[in-house]
Design a protein around this ligand. Structure first.
Ligand SMILES: NC(=O)c1ccc[n+]([C@@H]2O[C@H](COP(=O)([O-])OP(=O)(O)OC[C@H]3O[C@@H](n4cnc5c(N)ncnc54)[C@H](O)[C@@H]3O)[C@@H](O)[C@H]2O)c1
Length: 397
């Protein structure tokens, strides 16, 4: 089959959906095509590790209704080659797609543990992964959660809340290490333990195999752990092979300019794969959060449809961990100078991340309605220090 689209979007996630909708808003007559390798049409990813486990949402509620944008969604297909000169993409089913303008929104692939332990070990990212884990992570089941980052901390809390016995395993010193200040990391380790989670920090999973109706893991401390299922969240790799094969500039993702345009004038990139420069932070970034996927998708769609404006949005993300929650703006890197301003230690407060007297990131821990104020602070030249920051952002709840 050969088809032709004015705008072809490669990847079927949240960035793709946002781009299709913003193209439609500007170019009502546009012919937009989306080719994505997941069978499901675009859906919201954040509920997979949070709301779906709490029963706040069901899989039917997370559909993004991309069809409403008028885009033709070619699901279950993967673009495997791009001929930039001919403006032609080819998929793994032998179909070809002609395009005028193309958006790469191919997302990222979970890093894998170096062994196969069968269907009960799930590298967690997609709706299919959620469904697979749900089959085994029933009430009372013992689930090992490998990784102490975003997926690991959210899933461990959600699974414990859903009545599973949870063991967290990760090589670092504590949950959230490298992102949060030490006191908060230690508080989180204790908080998870108080909520019934076994937190095994500093422990690597070195091997594993399927055994009967479970998985047996060999750990770096010499122990063996037998569980009903394993959920793995040990980081992701941007899906930039297609861009690389096509000869686009790739360096920790697809390198784009301030219009999210790649080194090819007719190809843009958005979401997890895009390496862009943020002017306020004065550095290039690749951001793997929902807000960036949606915001960059929307922005790329607008630019592709003819609105010439720069993308200068600061990274924003949020999380829910048991009854704790936070919003964050900019860079959370505990190697920066960290100023903690607690209203109640580790329960409610603000953490600032500084570099040379400039605020580069703000963590709003159980502190709400301060995101705009945090953005403004990061835009200011400073210099700031602990005394000028403490008490600056109100600690409203
Ligand atoms: N709330 C949110 O914004 C949110 C929620 C879920 C996922 N995400 C995104 O999804 C992506 C994937 O999340 P993630 O949690 O996998 O990545 P992550 O980078 O947040 O965390 C990776 C974790 O795995 C650990 N790790 C690395 N190698 C390991 C190994 N061999 N064995 C055990 N642990 C190992 C790291 O120490 C770290 O704790 C991220 O890009 C994240 O930003 C975001």
């Amino acid at each position: 089959m050969e088809c032709s689209h004015d705008y072809l979007i490669v990847g079927g996630g949240m960035a793709a959906d946002a781009a299709a909708k913003s193209i439609r808003e500007i170019d009502a007559a546009a012919d937009v095509g989306i080719v994505g390798d997941e069978a499901a049409p675009p859906y919201q990813r954040p509920p997979l590790s949070k709301a779906l486990w709490k029963g706040d949402k069901s899989p039917g509620d997370i559909d993004l209704d991309t069809a409403a944008s008028g885009a033709v969604v070619h699901g279950g297909r993967r673009i495997v080659a791009l001929d930039r000169a001919a403006h032609l993409a080819r998929d793994d089913h032998g179909n070809s797609y002609r395009y005028c303008r193309l958006l790469l929104a191919t997302g990222a692939t979970p890093r894998r543990l170096p062994f196969d332990a069968g269907e009960r070990m799930i590298h967690f990212r997609t709706l299919d992964d959620y469904r697979a884990l749900r089959r085994f992570a029933v009430k009372g089941a013992h689930v090992a959660v490998v990784g102490g980052g975003f997926i690991g901390s959210e899933l461990a809390a959600s699974l414990a809340g859903a009545g599973c016995k949870v063991t967290m395993l990760f090589p670092g010193p504590s949950i959230g290490a490298g992102r949060y200040p030490d006191a908060l990391c230690h508080f989180l380790d204790d908080y998870y333990r108080e909520h019934g989670v076994t937190v095994s920090a500093g422990v690597n999973v070195v091997d594993g195999k399927a055994v009967g109706e479970g998985v047996e893991l060999a750990l770096s401390d010499g122990e063996t752990l037998r569980v009903d299922a394993v959920a793995v969240g040990i980081g992701v790799t941007p899906n930039a092979e297609l861009a690389e094969q096509a000869g686009l500039k790739v360096d920790n993702g697809v390198v784009v300019d301030d219009r999210l345009r790649s080194s090819d004038a007719d190809i843009w990139a958005a979401g997890d794969i895009a390496n862009f420069r943020n002017p306020a932070l004065d550095r290039r970034l690749r951001v793997e959060h929902e807000d960036a996927a949606v915001g960059m998708g929307k922005h790329a769609g607008r630019v592709m449809a003819g609105i010439d404006e720069p993308y200068d949005t600061l990274p924003f993300f949020y999380s829910d961990l048991f009854d704790l929650g936070y919003e964050a703006v900019g860079l959370l890197d505990s190697h920066l100078d960290v100023v903690e301003d607690w209203r109640e230690p580790c329960r409610e407060g603000v953490v600032y991340y500084l570099d040379g007297g400039r605020v580069r990131g703000v963590l709003l821990w159980n502190t709400w309605d301060q995101v705009d104020a945090a953005r403004e602070l990061i835009a200011q030249a400073g210099p700031f220090d602990a005394s000028s920051l403490r008490g600056r952002l109100p600690h409203s709840t």
